[in-house]
Design a protein around this ligand. Structure first.
Ligand code: NDP
Ligand code: GDR
Length: 370
């Protein structure tokens, strides 16, 4: 599993004390980038992260790493960058000469991709090509390994279940189509130029760091606010959609394992269990001691608190997508066999972690503002 003929102990020693490995992460300010940066710093890597200029602070997920020299301050370097800027990517690669690149940067919201399709394709699709070509042109193909954040959205309209590395793709959004282009570019550069480039086909993974516009975090934040009397109800889109939800830090660990393989390849990371959005809502309310019951149908469906009769969830068609991915469930057997990777946090536990974190965070906000 580790490079060359080194033993595990030699590899760790090499990384920690002799020759720090360098990793470059696009999307370091996002959910996954922040967990991955933490894990790589712990393993003794020098970590370089790409950040975008914004009109307000956008590094809250990694500030704890940057500010504390004992955690990462001395080994973490941030660079202004953008996946739409080839000259910047070329310069970064020439300057850093990374051993590993994790391409996590993306316009990652499926519904938003219908509003900004061209931009999404530029960043998520062509951005990946820019990176791959920069590795080739900088003469780094024998040094730099490349991880691409591919996605279960590639499977789109159900072709077979559970989905595996050989299931045909049927993307259902500009986001997924862009990611399919990126997927095949990775395969193409691997086969054409012998790049060590791999796709992780990751199913949905969540955490207290998940962006608030993705469904799980939207639900857990709302439920926490309802518990604290700050909100009355939750407004949802298609609650019949089914997703295979896992815990983000376990998936970022899987990304690292993929790049430690001698041979590049493509892997599904998933839990092999699927849950409706509806059940995730029920589970979240249970975590604050509220039993709910659903009534009505379609856009008129609501959920009521069975103790008070109050409506706590309603449907608004503005959250429906032009084309929906109804069912995702992934089989991670290959990752288990080849990488020794297995998810351990199940959806009930994930939901509890997220609701508790949101209750703590929102309560702190109330105390802080009092
Ligand atoms: P997030 O939305 O939390 O983070 C996205 C990151 O990409 C942010 O750091 C963002 O920067 C950055 N970014 C956006 N546009 C650009 C750009 N033009 N140039 C450079 N960076 C950019 O996503 P996640 O952490 O959840 O996901 C990480 C990757 O994995 C994404 O590529 C996503 O598509 C993919 N993926 C995610 C899954 C999941 O369930 N989370 C499952 C499968 C794949 P900023 O903070 O400045 O906006
Ligand atoms: P997804 O995640 O589209 O799977 O993409 P999201 O959490 O946005 O949606 C999951 C499902 O929930 C339904 N849904 C709603 N979604 C949102 N965001 N808001 C709502 O109010 C709502 N109501 C119902 C959606 O229709 C959908 O079926 C995520 C992203 O992280 C991608 O980048 C990644 O590639 C995939 O996961 C795997």
């Amino acid at each position: 599993m580790f490079r060359g003929s080194q033993t595990f102990e030699e590899e760790i020693l090499n990384q920690k004390f002799l020759k720090m490995k360098k990793a470059l992460i696009s999307g370091i300010t996002g959910q996954d980038g922040s967990y991955l940066a933490e894990q790589l710093l712990e393993k003794g890597y020098e970590v370089h992260g790409m950040i975008r200029r914004a009109s307000s602070f956008n590094t809250s997920r990694i500030d704890h790493l940057h500010d504390d020299p004992n955690v990462g301050g001395q080994s973490l370097f941030l660079h202004y960058s953008d996946l739409t800027d080839s000259s910047n990517l070329n310069r970064l690669l020439e300057k850093i000469e990374p051993d590993e690149i994790y391409n996590l940067g993306a316009q990652s919201h499926v519904q938003v991709s219908f509003e900004v399709p061209e931009y999404t394709v530029d960043v998520d699709g062509v951005g990946t090509l820019r990176f791959l070509d920069a590795i080739k042109e900088a003469g780094l193909k024998d040094k730099t390994r490349f991880y691409q954040a591919s996605t279960s959205e590639l499977y789109g309209k159900v072709q077979e279940i559970p989905q595996t590395e050989t299931t045909p793709f049927y993307p259902r959004s500009p986001y997924a189509v862009a990611k399919q282009y990126a997927y095949w570019m990775v395969v193409n550069y691997r086969e054409s130029y012998d790049l060590h480039a791999s796709n992780g086909i990751l199913f949905n993974h969540e955490s207290p760091r998940r962006g608030g516009t993705f469904v799980t975090r939207k639900i857990t934040q709302a439920v926490a606010r309802i518990k604290l009397g700050l909100q009355e109800k939750l407004t949802m889109g298609n609650i019949d959609a089914k997703r295979d939800w896992g815990y983000a830090p376990e998936y970022t660990e899987g990304m690292w394992r993929i790049l430690q393989q001698d041979e590049p390849d493509d892997y599904v990371l998933a839990t092999n269990r699927t849950t409706t959005v509806r059940d995730f809502i029920t589970m979240s309310f249970k975590n604050i001691g509220v039993e709910i019951a659903y009534q009505g149908e379609g856009v008129n469906e609501t959920a009521i608190d069975t103790a008070t009769g109050k409506v706590v969830m309603e449907i608004n068609p503005r959250y429906f997508r032009p084309a929906e991915v109804e069912l995702l469930i992934g089989d991670p057997a290959k990752a288990k066999e080849k990488l020794g990777w297995e998810p351990t946090t199940h959806v009930e536990e994930l939901c509890r972690i997220m609701v508790e974190a949101d209750l703590a965070e929102i309560s702190k906000g109330i105390v802080g503002s009092a």
